[in-house]
Ligand binder design. Structure first.
Ligand code: IDP
Ligand code: MG
Length: 139
């Protein structure tokens, strides 16, 4: 079964949206198979967002994602990667459809509430950054 990494970002944690976001994803039929709360250090933030290291927003993004605790989760399901991206909505909340997580709760293109892996390959790499095999549970 396909898996994807979800991060509930600092802006969502600070506004008490963690439960709402998890419920939203569970309601889509996605199964929660791993979960932890942590505050990213700079090294892990830079690894997670390595693909963006040459972007003008990279330093600001690392600053933001390390600014408060986050929740990291693995969701499993049919076409989980695509289903989560669809449920999250577009990167820029101003362009995200109503009813999507970012469309309803995102503040701006940086503080956009939630992260979801963008492909099956990326998901596998990202999950490994946050979870050991033993932390991913079957039920
Ligand atoms: P995604 O999260 O929808 O996959 P990416 O392009 O991979 O979007 O960007 C990663 C994260 O970087 C975004 O979720 C957002 O927090 C931040 N970001 C993306 N584009 C911008 C920008 O133009 N300005 C500031 N932050 C950005
Ligand atoms: Mg991305």
């Amino acid at each position: 079964m396909e898996r994807s990494l979800v991060l509930i970002k600092p802006d969502a944690m600070q506004r008490g949206l963690a439960g709402t976001i998890i419920t939203h994803l569970e309601s889509r039929g996605l199964k929660l198979v791993a979960l932890k709360m942590l505050q990213l250090d700079e090294a892990l933030a830079k690894r997670h967002y390595a693909i963006h290291k040459n972007k003008p927003f990279f330093d600001s993004l690392v600053n933001y994602i390390t600014s408060a605790p986050i929740i990291a989760a693995v969701f499993e399901g049919k076409k989980a990667v695509e289903a989560i991206r669809e449920t999250m909505g577009a990167t820029d909340p101003a362009k995200a459809k109503a009813g999507t997580i970012r469309g309803d709760f995102g503040l701006d293109i940086e503080h956009n509430t939630v992260h979801g892996s963008d492909s099956i390959e990326t998901a596998e790499e990202e999950i490994k950054l946050f979870f050991t095999k033993e932390e991913i549970l079957g039920y």
